[in-house]
Design a protein around this ligand. Structure first.
Ligand code: ZN
Length: 404
């Protein structure tokens, strides 16, 4: 079911409505005008004074569109072409080898298809990362809202920021930012320069952190498979002195961590590192299905929540996941952490993701928010108290949409 919102003030009624900020409503309704929500509440209250048309959507729940904070659309052509080997660095090497043998048009075709499937999976906002810029024109054509992070990889620190700002966008649909790939692929000075730039423009900053045991080994000792990979690719820097610190501590020493820093993965982060992240109010981005595929460990999501962090969800790319689905990520979080309430998991999939990407009016349903809504067909007669559990444990193949 796909419904285009009417441009005139129209009331939409549903058996349930999940505002995210505030309790779910039974027999709920909202009024939208030109793609914005102007009123939300119980049907009887919203109906009062509304003289325009109304549409009853029936036995459905209305939800805000989902947020995928971490993707790499430009790697979509790698789907099913890589198998997990048990070693993170072997996977990286395979990725680089396979990637170099794929034709340009195949990358575009696969990225377009991936974007289309994200639409059907109910995603309304994504944080896409790329070092080719291939996905920018596709994002512009797509109905999804996007933050595009130009990814920086330069361990020797020979490049300067202006090299990455060539495709700096001034686009109402796409927010442009910079993202260093990881603490082991970008020089410390360049990491700090990127952070200073994103801070100056009040933009989100994103990087992969504490993903694999090899990353931890490299930052602690300067040795191991990552050192060999850098040397093999002519990227080793003789001036680099291993900090002898775990990844989160290292980034903190560089002044990188704050509430606008999205730390992707954290599958290797220790209790101490998570505690440090909570003091800095950084934004963990959890990509459990990718972590499971690569066998790099499972992040301590329950501890993050206990310490007041607001984790969000990402899929990473189709090189380490079989789908870019936040519905599937929610179900996986529930499977690994049944003690986390489904309502919190839903916040991870919506409002906390939009906050991490610094996008206003997305990830919740309230006056002033964007009317980008999902129609969840209830699989059976579900009592209100079981609604979140139903959404998280029984993800539908496809979601309906109500959009303007
Ligand atoms: Zn990634």
């Amino acid at each position: 079911m796909e419904i285009r919102l009417s441009r005139e003030p129209t009331l939409y009624r549903a058996r349930y409505l999940i505002p995210v900020i505030g309790r779910p409503l039974e027999n709920g309704a909202l009024i939208s005008v030109e793609g914005r929500i102007i009123d939300v509440g119980p049907y009887t209250k919203v109906k009062k004074g509304h003289l325009g048309p109304e549409q009853d959507l029936g036995e459905v729940a209305l939800l805000p569109a989902l947020v995928n904070v971490h993707t790499h659309l430009e790697l979509s052509a790698l789907k099913w072409r890589l198998t997990p080997s048990g070693s993170f660095v072997s996977w990286v090497k395979n990725l680089l080898r396979v990637r170099s043998n794929i034709k340009a048009e195949e990358f575009v075709k696969a990225a377009r298809q991936a974007l289309k499937s994200m639409w059907h999976e109910g995603i309304g906002l994504l944080g896409d990362h790329g070092n080719t810029g291939l996905s920018i024109s596709l994002l512009r054509e797509s109905p999804l809202t996007a933050v595009f992070f130009r990814e920086v990889i330069d361990f020797q620190g020979k490049s300067s920021l202006k090299d990455y700002l060539k495709d700096h966008l001034n686009d109402p649909k796409i927010t442009f930012s910079l993202a260093p790939h990881a603490p082991y692929t970008v020089s410390p000075l360049l990491l700090q320069a990127i952070k200073a730039w994103t801070k100056k423009y009040n933009l989100p900053f994103s990087l992969h952190v504490a993903e694999s045991p090899e990353e931890v080994e490299f930052l602690m000792t300067g040795k191991g498979p990552i050192r060999e990979l850098l040397e093999g690719r002519g990227q080793w820097s003789a001036s680099f002195v291993a900090p002898g610190l775990r990844p989160v501590k290292y980034l903190d020493r560089l002044g990188i961590l704050d509430e606008d820093t999205i730390c992707v993965h954290l599958s290797q982060a220790t209790e101490k590192e998570i505690s440090l992240l909570s003091r800095r109010r950084a934004r963990p981005c959890i990509c459990l299905r990718s972590n499971t595929f690569l066998g790099v460990g499972i992040p301590k999501v329950n501890l993050m929540l206990k310490l007041g962090l607001k984790p969000c969800l990402g899929t990473d790319s189709l090189a380490s996941n079989d789908k870019l689905s936040i519905l599937a990520e929610m179900a996986t979080v529930h499977r690994f952490f049944p003690e986390i309430s489904p309502e919190i998991i839903f916040k991870m999939a919506t409002i906390w993701g939009a906050e991490a990407l610094k996008q206003q009016g997305i990830g919740y349903i309230a006056p002033g928010a964007r009317a980008d809504l999902l129609i969840y067909q209830l699989p059976q007669r579900v009592p209100l108290k079981d609604l979140f559990s139903c959404i998280v444990t029984q993800p539908p193949e496809q979601l309906g949409r109500l959009y303007g």
